[in-house]
Design a binder for this molecule. Structure first.
Ligand SMILES: Cc1ncc(COP(=O)(O)O)c(C=O)c1O
Length: 356
């Protein structure tokens, strides 16, 4: 790895109690360019803009995918990544689906560790604090030709993140728009999936909701995901989540919730969730909670479901009664080294710079 440290660190301007998530970037970034059929050297360089032309293929034809993951600092200042191999596997799955070159494990994991290590001072400490990390791959060839690009960039940038607390939200069950289709790119973390979701989300917001529960494109009769999260439904004391498929992103938080729930002896059923079953359970009183999970906020609980023009209120559970709250605490404690790690999910970042 080629390491070029910044001579103008901005760390003294960073106030961990007052910063904008997603708008504050750490001192460095990782970049690596792909040309002539191979990846070049991985470079750790000062964070900043890179020159590009509007004829860059990535912004014209959308060959771009990314990952979202976090690093956590415990009370002793030790830094951990959480299941980074899952993000490594997923970025390559996305790259393959978008006909982009896959990255090597070394590029991805060593790049991550080196970046987090050099900028460890930027990781805020304490409840809800973390460093949000964004690895991405995009097409960089300058060509207005609708074909696979011959040049790419792999990059990793990162922004400090705070409180994962989110108020319960109202979600509209989609009866027209879809996030993904059979044979499409729903299981890839393709940049275009997010672009396609913004307009339907804007419409849902105009109708008084915060998010959309995406349903299957063919019939709109089955739950798929919620906003940019995987979805869980609890009926009585059993929790349900749809199986992953080519339409559903295989979320790291989803998988972690399933394993944590099983460890607690909670019954988990990974099976299709018919919208009708959820509405009937709500009307009959057996629906206890519905929530979304993802890296950014861990859990968002839902307070109402929009269905066929009606806003149906969900029960309000206390944190003691809520499986969503219980499992969130299990996960956050594990991520922050406040509990045992029987699954081996934490990966310590220790002197990474010396070994790359
Ligand atoms: C569409 C979509 N589904 C699910 C998730 C949750 O995935 P993860 O738990 O790996 O963050 C995300 C978030 O990144 C997402 O964008």
């Amino acid at each position: 790895m080629i390491i070029q440290k910044t001579e103008n660190s901005r760390i003294s301007t960073f106030d961990p109690n007052n910063f904008s998530f997603g708008g504050t970037f750490i001192d460095h970034m990782i970049i690596c360019e792909y040309e002539d059929g191979k990846w070049g050297d991985v470079k750790l360089v000062p964070y900043g803009p890179i020159p590009f032309t509007p004829a860059m293929m990535g912004v014209n034809y959308g060959q771009a995918c990314f990952e979202g993951m976090k690093a956590y600092k415990d009370k002793d200042g030790q830094v951990f990544l959480f299941r980074p191999e899952k993000n490594f596997e997923r970025i390559n799955k996305s790259a393959k689906r978008l006909a982009m070159p896959e990255v090597t494990e070394e590029m991805f994991l060593d790049g991550l560790k080196a970046l987090v290590d050099i900028d460890r001072e930027w990781i805020p400490q304490g409840e809800g604090m973390s460093l949000y990390i964004r690895p991405l791959i995009f097409a960089t060839e300058e060509a207005l030709k609708a074909r696979v690009s011959n040049k790419y960039m792999f990059a990793i940038v990162a922004t400090p993140a705070k409180s994962y607390y989110s108020e319960p939200v109202s979600v509209k069950i989609s009866d027209h728009y879809s996030r993904a289709a059979n044979g499409g790119v729903g299981s890839a973390k393709a940049a275009g999936n997010y672009a396609a979701s913004f307009y339907p989300t804007q419409l849902a917001i105009e109708e008084g909701y915060e998010q959309i529960i995406w349903t299957d494109d063919a019939t709109h009769e089955y739950f798929e995901e919620s906003g940019t999260m995987n979805v869980f439904v609890r009926i009585n004391d059993t929790i349900y989540t749809p199986p992953t498929s080519e339409k559903i992103l295989d979320g790291v938080t989803r998988d972690s919730f399933i394993q944590l729930a099983k460890k607690r002896g909670i019954e988990v059923k990974v099976e299709p969730i018919p919208v009708k079953t959820v509405i009937e359970a709500l009307k009959g009183g057996s629906l206890k909670e519905v929530w979304g999970v993802g890296t950014a906020v861990v859990t968002t609980q839902f307070q109402a479901l929009g269905y066929q023009g009606e806003k149906l209120a969900l029960p309000r559970l206390s944190d003691e009664e809520s499986f969503a709250a219980l499992l969130k605490k299990d996960l956050v404690d594990l991520q922050n080294n406040l509990s045992e790690d029987p699954f081996g999910w934490r990966v310590i970042v220790d002197h990474a710079l010396e070994t790359v």
